[in-house]
Design a protein around this ligand. Sequence first.
Ligand code: SF4
Ligand code: SF4
Ligand code: SF4
Length: 320
Amino acid sequence: MDINTKALKKNAFRVTKKRGITSSRIRVPGGHLDAKYLAKIGEIAEKFGDGSVHITTRQGFEITGIEMKDMNEVNLMLQGLIEGLDINQEEEGKGYPAAGTRNVTSCIGNRVCPFANYDTTAFAQRIEKMIFPDDLHVKVALTGCPNDCLKVRQHDFGIIGMTEPQYDSYRCIGCQACVTNCKKRATGALKFENFKVVRDHDKCIGCGECVGKCPTGAWTRSEEKYYRLAIMGRSGKKNPRLAEDFIIWVDEESIKKIIMNTYEYVREYIDKDAPGGKEHIGYIVDRTGFQEFKKWALKDVELGPKAILKDNVYWSGIRY
Ligand code: SF4
Ligand code: SF4
Ligand code: SF4
């Protein structure tokens, strides 16, 4: 059977080490799905695969051991899953229209975790709807607080949830649990002065630890949601490195605009001769210089008054 491997990969199937055998990659934006879809994945694995499923590093599933001749039928069976997970699609019954832009991942967020400053899955799904499908190799990840359980600093865009804690002195009994906790687990941004707790905004990383520790509810999360946007982290052979902060106390709309602007920047500057037509964004930024990236990324972005934008960003990492 003649196989167009480029089309196969675009359709989220994989070229495997075994001739004629492929695997199907299932994306789950925000890493959360109704349990009924697990049964559907199992059904495809039993019917067309080798009866097993790999859980991917990007919170998806890979159904292994599929014969390439069965790809169309697998795509038909995937339809319910694609619709159920609300994945953008170009043609019904044809599976995934692209695989370049990776599944948008997130930690479990405030649906479950008491430390989370927002609904990570919902934000991940909003970003997924905005950027998928696209062939550009972009990785976005979200984490609910600076604990960064999802390791978002290994991504092109790492979004870390923040809150600006609100203090109600009338509820405070002066136990200082928040002060001690901030010192031990965060940055020591709180002090107890004149029978009140005082917060140093410059030292505060918006983690929300104080909110969780206060026995009387004197600290609450701000209604406004804020984020720390770290950019251009990556793994790989050339120069793996952690993402560095670009904007702190930034809002959701600005982040979404910056990501969309970055796609335009990449289309303008990508090295068309790069192996496999792929050049990761971070390497493009290395080539054009950060200031050029910044100019494109911030086009028509109106940052809120609290946002702190870095003049310059420097990355280090490992050089093999
Ligand atoms: S990163 Fe924070 S919010 Fe997300 S799971 Fe870890 S502790 Fe919870
Ligand atoms: S933990 Fe709550 S009650 Fe105790 S000092 Fe802090 S704000 Fe006041
Ligand atoms: S949000 Fe975190 S860093 Fe800021 S005051 Fe509370 S515990 Fe400290």
